[in-house]
Design a protein around this ligand. Structure first.
Ligand code: SIN
Length: 521
């Protein structure tokens, strides 16, 4: 049993941005499943959208966010995001985040690029296409060297969070599995979930292996409300060569002029949206899926007269392994699961429905993205709402109690499933989700998914090791997605029902809590 003031689950942009503030007041423990650098944040390529051009730019950023979200964006949350964004990004600059400038160096102007559904070039980037990594590294540097009270943040790697501990209706800590497989109990005045998304619930994803929806599953099991789980964003352009990983081909490629062509070599986006290649992501992803039924779809940059190796060094390095080059070859792409708009239901201050539990970043659902997130709004979300959640925790968390909480007994079904059988079980779940609860859905397929998930639940991997914990969490996330997708009998944003292709007149959020699904405006 350990006691800290604040427990932060996740060390990406939301978790670190919160921890830096929490450390001013108390002892903070930040836990992460792998090395510190291995978060969804570090995989974000294109950039961070921020309106640094004054009031008009902020107003336009708000309208772009609202429009992309297809009638379901929480305007209050979006207004907070776009108006507090510039201040938070200035802070990153003060902490040494090196966004790309022209000319390079301190005196240069910040470079801004265009991405889908933005009305202005407002996406800052770093090292060309490694924006998330630069932000993650600079935040960690700030935690370690930059004015954060010495010893007030402990960073614990290779630690899997297992379950939240609830006492008298309040979240008072969590059980953790450390790198050696030992169970630890941590008591905290308040717990922040900043554990990112759940792309691993699908067989095709741009997300790293750590993205198994742990925070959402833990919160749901503890009784918290989750919202809008049917809205999974599929990034339109993940690399699509046989046997290759679904490496992200950043939206910024299209921002810099990449076209989409089908197997016949024809541009096709004019048949789908007036903004063509820069249409909202859900539209582009569905268009590629439809065109992809007749053969491969490609990104074409052969006409772009820019130094693409310098602008996209990470993508260019990846493509070398497949003997491809951005300005010379057609690059095969298809959609892959990328970002969950839904998550643990929170208000704009990061409060969940459970006292003592807060959430920020991709794990949370403030409604800021509605049914479809605007490109490059996710890093900004982590930065802004991580800071806000920390401020709330500082004002609301009660003083730590003297008496220790009763350590929960980790009871589960007897026996241990082998690693190989656990991997097979996880693979089946991911393939089932891709096939029946992916980009294009209908009632028959979703019911098939539900039957498959019921069978998987009956054969759930047993034991207390990381992959068994992740399997348990993936199943909860999958069940939440399927139940909400079955319940939403309309098409909106990233959720497309072949059997209900139209919008309802009024946009409603789905909310699931303790097995009950409701829709509320
Ligand atoms: C990208 O670079 O396309 C990903 C950025 C994002 O998901 O907003």
């Amino acid at each position: 049993m350990e006691r800290v003031d604040f427990l932060v689950v996740g060390a990406g942009i939301a978790g670190l941005s919160a921890a830096i503030r929490l450390a001013e007041v108390g002892r903070v423990l930040v836990v992460t499943k792998e090395e510190l650098a291995e978060s969804n944040t570090a995989y974000a390529q294109g950039g961070i959208a921020v309106a640094m051009g004054g009031d008009e730019d902020v107003a336009l950023h708000l309208e772009d966010t609202m429009a992309a979200g297809d009638g379901l964006v929480n305007r209050e949350a979006a207004a907070v995001l776009v108006s507090q964004g510039p201040r938070r990004v200035e802070e990153l600059l003060e902490w040494g985040t090196a966004f790309d400038r022209y000319p390079a160096g301190e005196g240069g102007e910040l470079m801004r690029t265009m991405e889908g559904a933005h009305s202005r070039s407002r996406i800052l980037h770093a090292n060309g296409d490694a924006t998330g990594r630069e932000i993650a590294v600079s935040l960690l540097r700030h935690v370690r060297e930059g004015g954060v009270r010495a010893g007030s943040i402990e960073l614990m790697e290779w630690t899997t969070s297992v379950d939240l501990i609830v006492e008298g209706g309040r979240v008072v800590g969590a059980t953790l599995l450390d790198g050696e497989g030992g169970l630890r109990v941590v008591q905290a005045r308040a717990v922040l979930l900043a554990s990112g998304g759940a792309g691993q619930v699908y067989s095709d994803t741009t997300n790293p292996a750590v993205a198994t929806g742990d925070g959402i599953a833990m919160a749901y099991r503890a009784g918290a409300a989750v919202s809008d789980m049917e809205f999974y964003q599929f990034h339109p352009t993940a690399f699509a060569a046989a046997g290759a990983p679904r490496f992200l081909m950043s939206e910024a490629l299209r921002g810099e002029g990449a076209l989409l062509v089908n197997a016949a070599g024809e541009r096709f986006m004019e048949r789908y949206h007036p903004l063509l290649e820069l249409a909202p992501r859900d539209v582009v992803a569905r268009a590629i899926t439809r065109e992809g039924m007749d053969g491969p779809v490609y990104l074409d940059m052969r006409h772009v007269k820019k130094d693409l190796k310098a602008r996209f060094p990470g993508i260019s390095r990846f493509l070398v392994g497949y003997r491809l080059e951005l300005g010379r070859d057609l690059i095969p792409v298809r959609p892959a699961a990328h970002y969950l708009m839904g998550g643990v239901k929170t208000d704009v201050q990061g409060r969940t429905s459970l006292p003592g539990l807060y959430a920020a970043g991709e794990v949370a659902c403030t409604g800021v993205h509605g049914a479809n997130r605007l490109a490059s709004n996710s890093l900004l979300e982590g930065l802004v709402f991580g800071a806000l959640a920390a401020e709330t925790m500082l004002t609301e968390a009660p003083l730590v109690k003297d008496e220790l909480i009763a350590a929960p007994v980790a009871a589960g079904p007897a026996g241990v499933t082998s690693e190989a059988a656990t991997e097979k079980w996880i693979r089946e779940l991911r393939e089932l989700m891709w096939k029946y609860a992916g980009l294009l859905r209908d009632a028959d397929g979703l019911r098939q998914a539900k039957r498959g998930l019921d069978a998987l639940r009956a054969a759930m991997p047993k034991g207390l090791f990381r992959r068994a914990v992740e399997a348990r969490n993936l199943l909860v996330v999958a069940e939440l997605i399927v139940a909400s997708a079955l319940g939403r009998e309309e098409s909106r944003g990233a959720h497309y029902r072949n059997d209900f292709p139209l919008h309802d007149a009024v946009g409603k959020h789905s909310v699931m809590q303790r097995g009950r699904l409701e829709f509320a405006a």
